[in-house]
Design a protein. Structure first.
Lengths: 346, 346
DNA sequence: ACAGAACACTAGCACGTGCTAGTATTTTAG
DNA sequence: CTAAAATACTAGCACGTGCTAGTGTTCTGT
């Protein structure tokens, strides 16, 4: 049952004998086309026929062949997502992307970057599946390659802000986020506030500008700790070392992201500095770590679902009208107050 | 150029005008079949023809349509991978899976679990792509569903040990790992060792048995802290609370995994307990966090690449011979000594 | 010089599905 | 009561590729 003729000269049945529409149709006693209509939710068949089709499909364990669908359809309805599993922030966005895509009738195919698999390769795989558009999460591709890619396929950069001469990008409003942080710290009486700037990160400039704006507005000194590293726990630990060597430590520190804050706080605690009683620390991202009871990090919240929604909606717009002028979209941010920031002790 | 007739009655060109083999063939002045041979690396053409094909393909930006390939091939050469981006351990395995798959001529398709997308759905998508086999990372499916799935498609469970009446599984040798940890702690003079057992995790029993074996062997008291939670930082923090309430704290603690150890250590430090000078802590997984300078966690190392290789090799075996008797594979483990474990202070 | 093999290529069907265009049968409208 | 319209289906091509079976042309060995 369910067997199909095998053309293989060796007589070995290579093809999996998974049921096709034709098998379902045969069992249900209808034409293959009707099975297709039923599965596409179109009209043009009786409830009885539909019931028989569903029953037969269930009995045979039928699943539509997505490759065949994508091949035949005028539009594949597939969005490709490139991400780096070594980074934690993309993961929350992926969650939301599935949700938002389903709502818009799109399928998602993920393509990860790995040690011996660069972004180019990940992208080419997705193009191989004839994705209608790509979402590049925290892309590190040089701008020239992005420009080239934009001429080949619609895409949007998430988390990395691009010059609008290149392509669409969405990220959280980093400048605004850091202004919120500084406002909060200032309102708690802090006047000696340091910002940890990891220069090798792509949106470091935007966040730095927010810090500088806010401190200027409050008439505070602008103390920036430059780190060559990236947004990892380790760079936070390095920043802690620098702080510890100072004669006078700031009373509050704004970090570039939550992971950095975790590293900073942990390293300070190892050195015997208590957070928050001796020094207040704020993060950025409101990632999973921020909620940990032992951190309870005051941080800038970016709604992953809203970010995903903005990205996908814009991408869908672009797919239907490739002549759109690229733009930078900023998703709104808010401050989540937790326990890592307290009023300055006198 | 590159345009193809559009059958759409509205006259809207829905199909992307991405080049096909036929386009390449036309430009190169050869037949479509020859283009196929060239791309499949088969013999049967002259170097000159191949050069023209490659040139034309590059000029047109040709990429093979993976959907068409998968549809037409007798064997799709696709392995499906189900993972939960909310967990950190799968991510290192995914990295390795790409590498190992490529070596064996398989394509990988990822399918993530999300809030409103359960494991069933993730699996069905992969079946839709006609994967030849599945790799379920840290699956939480009930055993009945797994048994049913095994009759439908070859798969292997990674990180969750299954009864060999169900299906293949690979995980690190958890019992051995904890024996290594206890041996190490005992050799440093620790006699009062606690194990944090997160009961809701799937392989907790195996690791616990290793702890019990080793402590028995060393003639040590068997102090197990039962936590209802999972292997997260938060459950480590909960364990820390329990420890802190004790009259006499153990001098060493073995955790179920690194994340838990991070939570435990952080919570202890907040409470003013110094790690490792007052209490030694060991983890499990040798994940990214273990190497952080402020943790420097002694932990059990599982080679993600070896795990991936074992899983894929076994899966490929099963694909070619579905009658294999399921087995449990244990990947070797080793202890990575860092600074979170020190000799017991007198 | 001639058969056979090796080479360089082309023809045409098939994979499983979506789409448009049909064909009966039943229902509705005037 | 007849024509038109709606319903419930079926027929057949097409998507881009892989595979087997060809067809000519050039090389080999005797």
């Amino acid at each position: 049952m369910g067997e199909r003729p095998v053309r293989n000269p060796l007589g070995i049945a290579l093809k999996s004998n998974r049921a096709t529409m034709a098998d379902v149709a045969k069992l249900a006693g209808v034409s293959r086309q009707l099975v297709g209509f039923v599965f596409q939710g179109k009209s043009g068949y009786s409830p009885e026929a539909a019931a028989r089709v569903h029953k037969a499909a269930k009995q045979l364990g039928y699943r539509p062949n997505l490759a065949a669908q994508s091949l035949r359809r005028d539009t594949t309805k597939i969005i490709g997502v490139v991400f780096d599993p070594r980074e934690s922030s993309p993961l929350e966005i992926i969650q939301s992307l599935y949700k938002v895509s389903a709502k818009n009738g799109y399928e998602v195919i993920l393509s990860a970057i790995a040690d011996d698999r660069d972004e180019d390769e990940a992208i080419h795989e997705l193009i191989g599946y004839r994705c209608e558009g790509l979402i590049l999460i925290a892309s590190r591709l040089p701008t020239e390659k992005l420009t080239l890619l934009a001429s080949e396929i619609p895409f949007i950069s998430v988390g990395r802000q691009l010059d609008s001469s290149i392509a669409d990008s969405v990220c959280s409003d980093g400048a605004k986020g850091l202004e919120l942080v500084v406002d909060c710290l200032a309102s708690k009486g802090h006047t000696d506030i340091a910002y940890i700037n990891a220069t090798s990160m792509l949106h470091s400039e935007v966040r730095l500008s927010g810090f500088l704006n806010a401190t200027l507005r409050h008439g505070l000194p602008q103390q920036v700790i430059e780190i060559e590293g990236d947004y990892t726990e380790e760079s936070g630990a390095i920043a802690a070392d620098i702080l510890l060597k100072k004669d006078l430590m700031p009373t509050a520190v704004a970090c570039s992201n939550d992971q950095q804050a975790l590293g900073l706080i942990s390293a300070l605690r190892v050195a015997g500095i208590s957070v928050p009683s001796q020094i207040s620390v704020a993060g950025y991202d409101d990632s999973r770590v921020a909620g940990f009871s032992f951190l309870s990090l005051t941080t800038v919240h970016q709604d992953a679902e809203e970010l995903a929604e903005m990205a996908l909606n814009r991408l869908i717009e672009r797919i239907s009208d490739q002549s759109l002028v690229p733009s930078v979209l900023l998703s709104p941010v808010s401050l989540v107050m937790r326990k890592s920031v307290v009023a300055k002790s006198l």
